[in-house]
Design a protein around this ligand. Structure first.
Ligand code: ATP
Ligand code: ZN
Ligand code: MG
Length: 303
């Protein structure tokens, strides 16, 4: 048994994660949720004075917006769509027959609905802001949290298929959004220090699909568009990204028609916290029993 399997099994045994029979799809105990709630309060403490507008979207988004986002060009392997039965009574009979026999795939006649599973918390935001009109000269700041879906089944408990992402998104001038990103990199390091987690920050890239994707990834790296805050969870040699800091230049501004008061295309950046990963890093570092965590860490989280 490798290390990853054993950490997952220990989490199951402790009841912190609940096995559903699907890799990367877990229930969470009250204790696990309590850690996430406490950590989100810490995020609020660091970001609360910035005046971000809070919005909460459900874990499914408008399929038309998903299509326009270009997600299928970059990450077709990760996407999840919502399909439903849309037939009549006769179709229903053959559906049940098909399920009974079990030979054929009963889902093959399901039809795509208008909903796609949200791949990142910020995806529903851009079209929402674009619809409101121009962005004030001082810029705009949003506070988001959503369950996100990514089809990446794994035995690594830190790689889940349905997980929560807390995000701050900034829209404004290049200077404005790059300063926002730097501020959160500094805050990220400080926050993790306050809860006793060892971190490193490194330049990163997204897993763009295919051969053309390799070029996109290299370009993203060369231009320092993505940084990650890494914490050891299942491996010290390969620590896990628990936060990411993304500068989109004016790509999303152009795509969605995000325009500043003066008519310039807005630059955007987003900062994402992987909430399950941060909880797992805490359990990995301080132990599976919260009562045994260092006093200062408990104090930071629960006062
Ligand atoms: P990785 O390189 O580990 O796949 P990522 O670059 O895909 O991460 P982002 O797309 O930047 O991650 O997502 C923002 C944050 O969401 C990440 O920093 C991470 O903390 C978290 N996250 C991403 N994928 C997962 C996952 N499969 N399970 C749990 N958390 C995740
Ligand atoms: Zn984002
Ligand atoms: Mg990924």
């Amino acid at each position: 048994m490798d290390m990853q399997t054993s950490f997952l099994d220990r989490l199951f045994d402790a009841g912190l994660l609940i096995d559903t029979g699907v890799e990367g799809l877990y229930g969470r105990s009250g204790q696990f949720e309590d850690v996430i709630t406490a950590f989100e309060r810490l995020i609020d403490r660091f970001g609360g004075a910035d005046g971000a507008e809070a919005m909460r979207f459900p874990p499914g988004m408008n399929r038309a917006f998903f299509e326009k986002s270009g997600y299928m060009k970059s990450f077709p392997q990760l996407a999840g769509t919502v399909h439903s039965f849309c037939g009549n009574e006769l179709d229903h009979m053959s559906l049940l027959q098909c399920m009974e026999v079990g030979e054929e795939d009963w889902t093959k006649d399901q039809k795509a609905t208008d909903i796609v599973l949200t791949p990142a918390a910020c995806y529903p935001l851009y079209p929402t802001v674009a619809r409101r009109g121009r962005i004030p000269a001082k810029g705009a700041l949003y506070d988001l949290q959503s369950y996100c879906f990514r089809h990446e089944p794994s035995q690594d408990p830190a790689r889940q298929q349905l997980f929560r992402m807390r995000e701050y998104v900034c829209m404004g001038t290049e200077t404005h959004v790059t300063e926002f990103r730097q501020t959160w990199m500094d805050r990220g390091v400080q926050m993790m220090k306050e809860v006793g987690l060892e971190v490193t920050i490194d330049v990163a890239n997204d897993p763009f699909f295919g051969r053309a994707g390799k070029m996109l990834a290299n370009n993203q790296r060369d231009q320092n568009l993505k940084f990650e805050l890494l914490i050891p969870i299942t491996s010290v040699a390969r620590p896990t990204a628990c936060m990411s800091f993304n500068y989109h230049q004016d790509a999303f501004g152009s795509k969605w028609g995000l325009t500043m008061e003066d008519g310039n295309v807005a630059h955007t950046a987003c900062v994402g916290f992987g909430l399950e990963r941060i909880a797992l890093a805490l359990f990995h570092t301080h132990g599976l029993d919260v009562a045994d965590w260092p006093e200062n860490v408990r104090k930071t989280l629960w006062g």
